[in-house]
Design a protein around this ligand. Sequence first.
Ligand code: NI
Length: 253
Amino acid sequence: MLRGRAASGFWKKCMMFDAVCVCLAAGAAFSSAGRRKEILQSFSGAAYGSGTEAGAQAEGEGLAGAQEEKKKVALTFDDGPNPEYTEPLLEGLKERGVHATFFLLGSQVELYPDIAKEIADGGHLIGTHSYDHVDLKNLSDADAARQVGRANEAIRAATGKTPQYIRPPFGSWKDDLDFETKMIEVLWDVDPLDWKVGDADTVVERALAEVGENDIILLHDASESSVEAAFQIIDALEREGYVFVTVDEILFD
Ligand code: NI
């Protein structure tokens, strides 16, 4: 399983020793496995989703033990914050006691910093999705690094923390950026194409048909149907014994 790779001792060692070159070599070796959910580079320092922080959070809620026994799954939301749909989503997540991961656009964060702050205050994990949703591979190294840096700065300004995780738009990462950004790339396992479908039932059906333990589900807090689908997915998977975690808990536990 792809996430098994991310969670292996080898990767943890990479994290510990900042063994960038080794990580990259291994990443290249594993990349033929298909959809990647790999760590491109180790990272240190206080930021979203550090092991200590995630651990303390889980412990604080008394969930640490329960989560180890249950099947984990992660919901992720791209392209926000959205002025119409993010807050209703946050409310529904709170009602269900679920933490998700949000990959935010720097440009949207600058427009709606209060919503970004609400996401952070809700205990969700925040990553970056570039500044204005560009394909980083089409940019020069310097411009791509600027896209990431500017988004990270907007997120830091709004929430007080610098993101550690990145989901590149279109899943299109630029390998040279490994050396520039020191971020961890997070892709996905389940993509119900919610942005295209526009119908909650179909999105739910697709997601439930594909999902398995330790999967990362891709959604967007950009439409009512996606938000509704997210709630239905949560309710259905919780009935099946899943527990919802943020992506760091899938990648590193
Ligand atoms: Ni996107």
